[in-house]
Ligand binder design. Structure first.
Ligand code: ATP
Length: 285
């Protein structure tokens, strides 16, 4: 089990910071990273993987700075949405090359490649050049590549993109299995996918990260029954009213009286997870 920690990490490119200084600790489990296009999810993941050096700050795995210790960096593996496999090489040569640069001896490489081929159902593809694989086949080969060295921290950048529903479901199952004893950071644009997988949801916006608050801490709101404006009433007869964090039920009633609105009932509610995620992403004001 490994923990990853960001300490005042600014992720970005030369002369172009993408994030503010970030502090974040990720324990084993699936942490889903959401953010609008261009928010910086890939940039952040590449920084966590040690592919892109942070403009400032440190990335630590189990307390060790990955910039100072190659063994700590090897505990992290990243799956990009563009596969990290050379198109002119066969799948077997790609896997063997990857295992070689990770320092595995020949016998061990052959053993692990055979195991990964079975696990990811790519035995029949080992002799094919990766340029000739379909998107889903390439994805499976890249997952096999990633898991050859059994990294304890997995960074998965939109791993289901382009997969058919059966392959997507199988990959989701794998992610759940891995997260039992590994730390997984998983980026996606799908809020429902995030909700089914995540033990924690992180939203990257304007260079900063917000964690989804626990249900009990969600922003409160109120619902009214039988308002005169039937058009804004939901099928169940209740109409949601959004309010600020300190608004009391008395404030809502006073507002209704002032506006001459009659209601038969009023009840406090808390925003559901999906609404809260959309609000954090900036889609709902
Ligand atoms: N190699 C690069 N050099 C300079 N800027 C880059 C580079 N790659 C990405 N950027 C910029 O960094 C910002 C963040 O991009 P990034 O790809 O990390 O966002 P993202 O959240 O992964 O987006 P998407 O959801 O569209 O994949 C964008 O403004 C992008 O233009």
């Amino acid at each position: 089990m490994s923990e990853v920690r960001l300490e005042q990490v600014v992720a970005g490119y030369r002369r172009r910071p993408v994030t503010a200084p970030l502090d974040l600790a990720l324990a084993p489990g699936v942490h889903v990273l959401l953010g609008r296009n261009g928010a910086g999810k890939t940039t952040l993941m590449r920084t966590l993987a040690g592919i892109l050096p942070p403009l400032s700050g440190r990335v630590r795995v189990d307390g060790t700075d990955i910039a100072e210790d190659p063994d700590a960096k090897r505990r992290i593996g990243m799956l990009s949405h563009r596969a990290a496999l050379a198109p002119q090489l066969t799948v077997r040569d790609n896997l063997d090359f990857w295992a070689t640069i990770q320092g595995l001896p020949r016998d061990e490489r052959a053993r692990r490649i055979a195991g990964a081929a079975e696990r990811f159902d790519i035995a029949a593809l080992l002799g094919r050049r990766t340029a000739r694989l379909s998107r889903g086949q390439l994805q499976r080969a890249d997952l096999a590549r990633l898991l050859l060295t059994d990294p304890q921290v997995l960074l998965l950048d939109e791993p289901l993109t382009g997969l058919d529903p059966v392959s997507a479901a199988a990959t989701r199952e794998l992610v759940r299995d891995w997260a039992a004893d590994r730390t997984v950071l998983y980026s996606t644009h799908s809020v429902p996918e995030a909700l089914t997988l995540a033990s924690g949801i992180l939203v990257l916006k304007d260079g900063t990260i917000a964690s989804l608050p626990a249900e009990a801490d969600r922003e409160p709101g109120f619902e009214l029954r039988r308002t005169p404006s039937a058009a804004s009433t939901r099928e169940d007869g209740w109409t949601p009213v959004e309010v600020g964090p300190d608004t009391t039920i008395g404030d809502v009633v006073a507002g209704l009286v002032r506006d001459g609105v009659t209601v038969s009932d009023i009840r406090p509610v808390r925003a559901d997870t999906e609404t809260t995620v959309h609000r954090l992403l900036g889609g709902v004001s």
